[in-house]
Design a protein around this ligand. Structure first.
Ligand code: SF4
Ligand code: SF4
Length: 171
């Protein structure tokens, strides 16, 4: 039995190990339970809408160029603390191979060669819009981005509650 501390407040490494252990114990068939299956599918749809919105704002090329500058990018090692075991479990249920991509003290361990490997990302990562993004886009476009991110986060929260209940944990 896991505690909330194990899932949300342990080290980055421990939360990843816990997510893998829960995934093994629950079994991949968990993704096929009707309520979970439906919410996973909704989450993928909403994450794709968000991705399209970001692409239409050329955020991927902006962030890629930014990340290549000295001290550029915002996916720091500190940010990896924003991940939790339930979020990582959701990624595992979606077929993401949740592994460390790097082992330095500068960048987030989930930052791969082609960006973040997580299909479902921490709330802080989704809500963060730097000054470069804010100044490069009209407020209406930023609003659309925020709406798309909020829809993803709402669905993530719903799914998290279902998974916690499945684990017998009340939050
Ligand atoms: S969000 Fe902003 S700071 Fe972060 S990588 Fe993109 S452009 Fe750079
Ligand atoms: S977006 Fe992904 S790689 Fe960047 S800090 Fe968040 S979890 Fe790490």
């Amino acid at each position: 039995m896991f505690s909330l501390d194990d899932l949300f407040y342990s080290s980055v490494e421990q939360k990843r190990r816990n997510a893998h252990r829960i995934f093994r114990e629950m079994g991949p068939g968990t993704a096929l339970l009707p309520e979970i299956k439906e919410k996973l599918a909704d989450l993928v749809t909403l994450a794709n809408v968000l991705k399209q919105q970001m692409a239409s704002m050329t955020m991927f090329s902006l962030c890629a160029a930014c990340g290549q500058k000295k001290n550029g990018g915002c996916c720091s090692a500190y940010m990896a603390n924003e991940t939790d075991a339930v979020l990582l479990l959701i990624n595992l249920l979606l077929g993401v191979d949740v592994r460390k991509q790097r082992d330095d003290s500068f960048e987030c361990c989930y930052l791969g060669d082609r960006g973040c490997i997580l299909m479902v990302k921490p709330m802080f990562c989704l809500n963060y819009n730097c000054q470069q993004i804010l100044t490069a886009n009209p407020s209406q476009v930023i609003l659309e981005l925020e709406k798309a991110a909020s829809a993803v986060l709402r669905k993530q929260y719903e799914l998290e509650q279902v998974l916690l209940a499945e684990m017998g944990i009340n939050r």
